[in-house]
Write a protein that binds this ligand. Structure first.
Ligand SMILES: NC(=O)c1ccc[n+]([C@@H]2O[C@H](COP(=O)([O-])OP(=O)(O)OC[C@H]3O[C@@H](n4cnc5c(N)ncnc54)[C@H](OP(=O)(O)O)[C@@H]3O)[C@@H](O)[C@H]2O)c1
Length: 286
């Protein structure tokens, strides 16, 4: 199967959305974000999508402020659950397939082994529950659906862990970083390439797509500092119980890419992806 001809990307100005739009240059693309239509408002988003008559909608728009979701659960659900419902309804009306981008945080992070696509979600934060609600609504409304769960997304120009670590290192000269939260760093351009391959297969289903390998936040921070020429910045590993935040993140929500690997879709190891991130954004210092 070939790449579908008419594609909508929601969240087009976000980290993943920008990477997708940069790849989708040979298709007829409708790139939309909050400025074009608020997905919470069905009267805005549904006609915008249905009039375009897409073959596929890649739904990357989301409320991604995990701690902010604890302060404003209704706000998070309005975007991640009801907004997803509006996008799915638009797909239903025109017979478009949908790819819903979800999160590793749908799992509680207590398993010793990486989570497979068929493991049972048990979200423990408001953000995670709102994204899981989005998955369930999309599944109820559509059968031509890809669900792609990813984790720890970073891209040049984004508000992400590498940019926060670099800013904090430059501001404070020393860092404390949790070493008991384990996940899969995922470079948005690599994820976008995998998604574009996936929507060319017609193999609807649930997929876990992250860069290969897992690490702790502490290990990731050390690599960020090393690769950006800041290895002299001291980093102290701390338990997450010492890092107070509103949301409780799952401690070991590591994803195994089983389903996409069966289609030959794999992402490179996260350290290689992090190197590419620095090559494609600011030049390393030092
Ligand atoms: N970032 C991660 O670490 C991570 C991890 C796992 C899964 N994910 C999932 O991956 C997807 C992409 O993440 P990302 O990092 O690219 O997110 P992002 O950079 O925060 O982009 C999300 C985009 O959605 C837009 N948006 C928010 N509310 C909207 C609304 N009501 N109507 C229309 N657009 C709206 C945002 O606009 P504004 O910026 O103007 O609000 C933003 O441009 C999301 O579904 C997210 O849940 C992300």
């Amino acid at each position: 199967m070939d790449l579908p001809e008419r594609i909508v990307v929601t969240g087009a100005r976000g980290q993943l959305g920008r990477a997708l739009c940069a790849l989708l240059t040979d298709v007829t693309l409708l790139a939309i974000d909050l400025e074009e239509a608020d997905i919470r408002d069905g009267d805005q988003i549904i006609p915008l999508i249905t009039e375009f008559r897409p073959d596929v909608v890649i739904h990357a728009a989301a409320w991604t402020d995990v701690d902010g979701a604890e302060r404003d659960p209704d706000g998070a659900y309005a975007v991640n659950a009801l907004g997803t419902q509006n996008v799915a309804l638009a797909c239903q009306q025109v017979g478009a397939a949908m790819l819903y981008v979800s999160t590793n945080e749908v799992f509680d992070g207590r398993a010793e082994e990486p989570y497979r696509e068929w493991d049972a979600p048990a979200p423990i934060s408001v953000y995670a529950r709102s994204k899981w609600a989005g998955e369930q609504i999309a599944r109820m409304l559509l059968n031509r659906l890809y669900i792609v769960r990813t984790a720890w997304v970073f891209a040049p120009g984004g508000n992400n862990f590498p940019s926060k670590i670099i800013a904090a290192a430059d501001r404070h000269g020393a860092l404390r970083v949790v070493d008991d939260e384990i996940g899969n760093p995922t470079y948005a351009p690599d994820l976008a390439r995998a998604i574009v391959r996936l929507i060319s297969t017609g193999r609807f289903g649930i997929y876990h797509l992250t860069n290969e390998g897992a690490c702790s936040r502490y290990e990731w921070a050390c690599e960020i500092l090393r690769m950006s020429g800041r290895e002299h910045v001291p980093v102290t590993p701390i338990p997450s119980s010492e890092w107070k935040r509103l949301a409780t993140p799952p401690l070991r929500a590591v994803l195994a890419n089983t389903a996409a690997a069966a289609l030959g879709i794999r992402l490179r190891p996260w350290r290689e992806a992090l190197k590419a991130y620095f090559e494609e954004s600011e030049p390393p210092r030092g």
